[in-house]
Design a protein around this ligand. Structure first.
Ligand SMILES: *Cc1c(COP(=O)(O)O)cnc(C)c1O
Length: 404
């Protein structure tokens, strides 16, 4: 028999860099998950924007089951069919012509940043290594990506950070102009900044970035690890703008909960990663790619993306209503089924209280910093579950308002 485990075992056995909530989820279906006590929750976090097709989607289960009975791993001494099929789908659906697989968002950005450096050094010499990035950005937790991310609380305390990285304010083109130059090899940006509040980049700002990176022969990297894979109502957020990046990184929703990351780029830029330049043991493994392929087959359907947009409009309206009735939100931003509710008044900086109160009412939420409640539902959440989750969320907000 399997030994029983409980939440308190986390503190006994796990490295304390997380502080999980009390319920331990054991099962999920659609946008509902159940904990050890059989209580159900509406999942308004989708992990952190990961289980974009909900839990236990039949097509994903089938893809995983079928592949699991055929082949799990062959190393990169060989290629494999799911990896090739997914690469074809990713390149057919985007600007990209080449794909590099990995297992996470951080690894996708690590690959992108190394590629940008290598390309620039190969073409222009050892000095062209500077990376322009944005305050508040999140790009992952490897030492390079966390240093490029714009949150010193995550990147400090580990000794000297990698050199050649400058940060400026998001949406501030004048600040970019001051730091970009002949030594710049890359500008990396989230087209909708996720961890810092679900704030879209201004279209004009992105156009100017595109122009400036061209002038300086630097690559423009879009980190679409959270904004990609249908989240905003388009397959990738760059498709909502008239700007096309040189490199796009993605992960999270691409595997619907199975770990996979990918870096997409053009054939010309990809050439700088010559044989042996970069690599991975598990990247491109048949299981992850088979699931990724099933995800792509679903999220590229026009009716799925249209569904994201209509469900988003409905939920945004209801969230704004809650904000007006209770006076808790200064702003409700929506990029598809991805919301940032900015807290105000006596609710300011209490996003973690909202997360805890919501869990009590049976809805799972996220934060984006201390002052923004973040919601990222499944892209195909049933209307009934969406409304039930919003009802529960409203009750949680009422409980907080009553306790003032
Ligand atoms: C989550 C995230 C990452 C890091 O992805 P991991 O899979 O946790 O390494 C990078 N960039 C953005 C924008 C993210 O949201």
């Amino acid at each position: 028999m399997t030994a029983a485990v409980e939440r308190s075992d986390f503190d006994r056995y796990m490295v304390p860099c997380f502080a999980p909530l009390a319920p331990v989820p054991v099962r999920g279906e659609g946008s509902r998950v159940w904990d050890q006590d059989g209580r159900d929750y509406i999942d308004f976090g989708a992990g952190v924007a990961v289980t974009s097709l909900g839990h236990a989607h039949p097509a994903l289960l089938k893809a995983l089951r079928d592949q699991s009975e055929k082949l799990w791993h062959v190393s990169n001494y060989f290629t494999n069919e799911p990896a090739l099929r997914l690469a074809k789908k990713l390149t057919d659906a985007t600007f990209a012509e080449r794909v590099f697989y990995c297992n996470s968002g951080a690894e996708a950005n690590e690959a992108a940043l190394k590629l940008a450096r290598k390309r620039a050094i190969d073409k222009h010499g050892q000095d062209k290594i500077e990376i322009v990035a944005f305050n508040g950005a999140f790009h992952g937790r490897t030492f390079f990506t966390v240093s490029v991310g714009g949150q010193p609380k995550y990147s400090s305390g580990f000794g000297p950070n990698p050199a050649g990285i400058v940060h400026v304010d998001f949406n501030d083109i004048e600040a970019v102009r001051r730091v970009i130059g002949p030594k710049t090899c890359a500008v990396i940006i989230e087209p909708v900044i996720g961890e810092s509040g679900v704030v879209p980049a201004k279209p004009e700002f992105l156009r100017e970035l595109r122009q400036l990176t061209r002038e300086h022969d630097a690559v423009l990297i879009f980190d679409e690890i959270q904004s990609g894979n249908g989240r905003t109502g388009s397959l990738f957020a760059y498709m909502n703008t008239d700007v096309v990046p040189d490199i796009l990184t993605t992960a999270k929703g691409l595997g619907g909960g199975f770990p996979i990351g990918a870096m997409l780029t053009t054939a010309e830029i990809a050439r700088s990663f010559t044989l042996g330049s970069h690599g991975t043991t598990f990247g491109g493994n048949p299981l992850a790619c088979a699931v990724g392929e099933a995800v792509m087959d679903i999220i590229t359907r026009p009716e799925v993306l249209a569904g994201v947009r209509s469900k988003a409009a409905h939920a945004a309206g209801r969230l704004r209503g809650i904000g007006e009735r209770l006076g808790c939100f200064a702003d409700v931003r929506s990029s598809g089924l991805w919301f940032g509710c900015e807290l105000t008044g006596t609710f300011a900086n209490r996003a973690s209280d909202f997360v805890a109160a919501a869990a009590k009412e049976g809805v799972l939420l996220l934060q984006a910093g201390p002052n923004v409640v973040r919601i990222a539902t499944s892209l195909i959440i049933a209307d009934e579950e969406l409304n039930e989750g919003l009802d529960r969320f409203e009750r949680a907000c009422q409980a907080l308002a009553a306790a003032r």
